[in-house]
Design a protein around this ligand. Sequence first.
Ligand code: F6R
Length: 262
Amino acid sequence: MEVLIAANAEEAATFAAEAVLHGLASRKTGNPVLGVATGSTPLGLYSELAQRVARGEADFGSTSAYALDEYVGLEGTHEQSYRQTLINELCHVIGVKEENLHTPNGFGDSEEQIIAQAAAYDAQLTEAGVDVQILGIGTNGHIGFNEPGSSLGSRTRIKRLTAQTRADNARFFDGLDAVPTHSVTQGLGSILQARRLVLIATGSQKADAVATALEGALSAACPASVIQLHPDVVVVLDEAAASNLKNRRYYDDAAAGLQFGI
Ligand code: F6R
């Protein structure tokens, strides 16, 4: 695991962009496949990638994107659906074509239908083979919407949101009551299939979750700790999100070594 601690948000976006582009470039055959997150955290990265596209250093015209999650009960055309959010914040920003954006479908006539759609999405994901999965982290340690207690081997499925997650996301809705109670999310086992994981966290509200995920025990109680099992993880933090890490000195030494190609 590489832990890169940036001086500010701009530097964090640069580190994350490098990690994403290197991961995509290492694909041997076929078009690149990018796993994408919604929420506030990856917006700086998407903007940094857009600048590289504008400078001719990157091109996402042939890239497929697969979302981590979607709310249950919102159609893909709903303005707060993650599909719509990604069309606005990813497709229109870095140039992934809308027809190449894949999102779980949390809308249907019955629970059985949504369960079947989730399983089909998981199969599609496995078939595509995600090169790089971008991850944010919840204040409770979730990744995707795998809330504490999620099976470390879980697959894409319906997951109830915790009260904390609904409160955290109420800022995107007209009040807490409007926040859906359930999501369809890639499972932790599904996320681990990606060839590289790039987890980004910024702000002091993430400091506890980050320390538990990186330096605590592997445990369903902190779903993000599952990244400890993955062989190729880059964690990009700002100073505030890194503030509770015990091994900070080591991460800095290791990162300095990387810069000199050691
Ligand atoms: C979003 C997702 C979530 C967020 C997490 C952090 O697709 O899967 O795990 O990454 O809730 O959200 P922000 O970035 O808004 O703090």
